[in-house]
Design a protein around this ligand. Structure first.
Ligand code: ATP
Length: 367
């Protein structure tokens, strides 16, 4: 971490592609209001360009100089990257956000799934208002470890390899148990579920055995196991029963979109990708080219990712203003939605980026 001084952080801001620009500018507007309200949040914001649109213009999605600048920052605040019509010669989409995960070893993908009070949710069961769990998705190996190593053999067969290592899994599980313990101290059940496919894949049985080894150091945490197919079913049947789940990279990729669906849509789901010395905060959604430039993007996921960043920074140095700032943002989002009148376009309503940002800003101001 390249902290400038004890309480000041340098943040790389990468709005990226599509609606990334729109939701990042909404969140930065809220940050300005927050900083006027809570003194002591000292952020040096460094705007940087990266993404598929940049690749289309220059042939590079994430330049070496940009990466070098990011290395001198404490954290990254990112919008969204990738555009379906901009592809590498082998047909895959550009994803510099994944390059960042690999470059900085951001192994723990934290995906909170929490119903915002007053926001509409797709499940009819009244307990859907109590959904509050976290998916921790390993983000550097698993089935995506082979990002550049998959092969297509003689036009007849394609292969990718699922990689699980003891080193990364141990760190992932330690992060997961620590987070579960922290939530338990805040009144949550303190239960960690390992989601895998240990009944079929040897790599996944290995993953589970490392989970069991780590569990021995956390006697106060309740542990459970689920196969990924059963988890997909139970996420719909009883999502309110989960506390923290930890899983392999691709299972986590799929399950976190399912989780976002449970709380109303991609625009409600924040995320953080955390490593030993660096973290990237971004909404769980992509660049959503279908709605770009129409003012329809829901900024809540990005705003809540900003809150996650302030919390993470605050914890690094034990700083009250950052932790207070994080809480104030989450409370302002809740206050804005609680009366039940705010309906984002993605949930069938009429409120777009501007309306939702103004409502959250207003709620922050009056708190
Ligand atoms: P990726 O493939 O990188 O995950 P994508 O842009 O193809 O990204 P998502 O971002 O996952 O797909 O979006 C899926 C759907 O959700 C799209 O139809 C998009 O319009 C909608 N969506 C995503 N983010 C938002 C948002 N912030 N507000 C409103 N709708 C959104």
């Amino acid at each position: 971490m390249a902290t400038i001084s004890k309480s000041e952080f340098r943040i790389a801001v990468l709005p990226g592609d599509g609606i990334g620009q729109e939701v990042v500018s909404a969140a930065l507007h809220l940050l300005e209001v927050l900083r006027a309200k809570i003194p002591g949040i000292e952020l040096d914001l460094v705007p940087l360009e990266a993404g598929a649109a940049l690749y289309r213009e220059t042939g590079t999605a994430l330049a070496d100089e940009t990466l070098a600048t990011i290395e001198k920052c404490d954290a990254v605040f990112l919008g969204a990257m990738g555009l379906p019509d901009v592809r590498r010669p082998d047909g895959r989409e550009l994803a510099p956000q994944l390059d960042l995960r690999f470059h900085f070893n951001l192994y723990a993908g934290i995906r909170p799934i929490r119903t915002i009070p007053g926001a509409p949710v797709p499940l009819a069961d009244p307990r859907a208002k109590d959904i509050d769990f976290v998916i921790i998705r390993e983000s550097t190996e698993g089935l995506f470890a082979d990002l550049d190593g998959g092969t297509v053999i003689d036009d007849e067969q394609g292969r990718d390899t699922l990689i699980i290592t003891r080193e990364v899994s141990t760190k992932l599980f330690k992060t997961s148990f620590d987070l579960t313990a922290r939530r338990k101290r805040q009144g949550r059940p303190g239960r960690l579920t390992c989601i895998d496919k240990a009944n079929v894949l040897k790599s996944m049985a290995f993953f589970r055995s490392i989970f069991d080894e780590c569990a021995r150091d956390y006697a106060e945490i309740d542990i459970g196991y689920e196969y990924v197919d059963a988890a997909a079913l139970n996420f719909i049947r009883k999502p309110w029963d989960y506390d923290v789940c930890v899983t392999e990279n691709m299972y986590g990729d799929i399950l976190s979109d399912l989780g976002a669906g449970l709380i109303g849509g991609m625009g409600m789901a924040p995320s953080a990708d955390i490593g030993d010395n660096m973290a990237v905060f971004q909404p769980a959604h992509g660049s959503a080219p279908d709605i770009v430039g129409q003012g329809k993007a829901n900024p809540v996921a990005t705003i809540l990712s900003l809150a996650m960043m302030l919390e993470w920074l605050g914890e690094q140095i034990g700083s009250t203003p950052y932790l207070d700032g994080s809480r104030a943002i989450c409370q302002a989002v809740d206050d804005a939605f609680r009366p039940g009148a705010l309906r984002p376009v993605e949930m069938g309503g009429t409120h777009g980026t501007q309306d939702i940002t103004s409502a959250v800003v207003q709620a922050l101001k009056v708190r």
